[in-house]
Ligand binder design. Structure first.
Ligand code: MN
Length: 333
């Protein structure tokens, strides 16, 4: 009885551990299926050894940290606050999972009308998109990836990253959801193409799965991650919030020294918000009205501080600024 209870506990623990673990995805085709464009040996080593190593090392890197159990997207979106080991291996796991999905031995896959129109509008033709992607891939020095991404303002963009970084990461200047990723690490092509990265890049278009890329495009347009990334890049909101938090909370406890020394900084940050480029998806007359009010009242607060008004007066104005900031945050949801 005791023994079976212990076994039961071990099973539950094992299941719990497993639920948090990342696993190597299966390929939808055989290792040899992409020949002659990508050879079987490269595929087998790339998937079963390289990708597996990213998965194994990612599980190790998150084990026992406060990040354990979080989704792959959560790691990538907040990668600036995580270790290099998580950065390299979460990137490696995400990038390769995408890579396998957008490849196929099928010959008759095709672009959706929506994606084809958008490609034509942005890059003039599918051929010039391929050229741009190959250019991004061939000029990436050393190891990395070339990407076609959907940006937070729902446009298509070509970019590249080094190592296993990708455009979901908050450290990357180009942000967006990848719908094509081309691996330009030597391990992706060296056995067959040796130093001829260009030949590999020409060949790979024979095995791109346009059905899948089209589906990823439609999914990306619906994804809440776009808005998340858009707001994440609106730094002035965070900067204002930081100063407000560091002055408002002490004031709540009766300490007005922080706001008395930082009222001009708060006012400048409100002004920065007004002159910044407001993310399109939240740029409404209502929001602009709140930002106007924030500038006006932060300015008034600064004047009260300069005039050395009574604490109660300064505190009341600071609380008013705080109220307005909350309305702005509401508009951002
Ligand atoms: Mn690779």
């Amino acid at each position: 009885m005791k023994k079976s209870a212990a076994l039961f506990a071990i099973t539950i623990l094992a299941l719990a551990a497993q639920a948090q673990n990342f696993t190597l995805p299966r390929l939808a085709y055989d290792y040899k299926a992409l020949e002659p464009h990508i050879d079987a040996q490269t595929m087998e080593i790339h998937h079963s050894k390289h990708h597996q190593a990213y998965v194994t090392n990612l599980n190790k890197a998150v084990a026992g940290t406060k990040f354990e159990g979080q989704s792959l997207e959560d790691h990538l979106l907040g990668i600036s606050r995580r270790s290099d080991a998580i950065r390299n291996n979460a990137g490696g796991h995400y990038n390769h999972s995408l890579f396998w999905e957008i490849l196929t031995p099928k010959k008759n896959t095709k672009l959706s009308a929506e994606l084809e129109n958008e490609i034509n509008a942005t890059f003039t033709s599918v051929d010039s998109l391929k050229k741009l992607l190959n250019q991004a891939a061939s000029t990436r020095f050393g190891s990395g990836w070339a990407w076609l991404i959907v940006t937070p303002d729902r446009k298509l963009q070509v970019c590249s990253t080094g190592n296993q970084d990708n455009p979901l990461m908050d450290i990357n200047p180009d942000r967006g959801i990848p719908i094509i990723g081309i691996d330009v690490w030597e391990h992706a092509y060296y056995l067959k193409y040796q130093n001829k990265r260009g030949d590999y890049l020409t060949a790979i278009w024979n095995v791109v799965n346009w059905d899948e890329v089209s589906e990823k495009y439609a999914e990306a347009l619906k994804s809440p991650l776009l808005k998340y990334m858009e707001l994440d890049t609106w730094k002035v909101l965070k900067e204002f919030h930081k100063v407000l938090a560091e002055t408002y909370h002490p004031a709540e406890e009766g300490n007005l020294d922080p706001i008395k020394t930082r009222s001009s900084e708060l006012m400048m940050n409100a002004l920065n918000m007004k002159t910044s480029t407001i993310p399109k998806s939240i740029d409404t007359p209502e929001l602009r009205k709140h930002i106007e009010a924030l500038v006006k009242e932060s300015n008034a607060l600064h004047k009260l501080v300069k005039k050395k008004m009574k604490d109660a007066v300064i505190k009341a104005k600071l609380f008013e600024v705080h109220e307005i900031f909350h309305k702005i945050q509401e508009e951002c949801k």
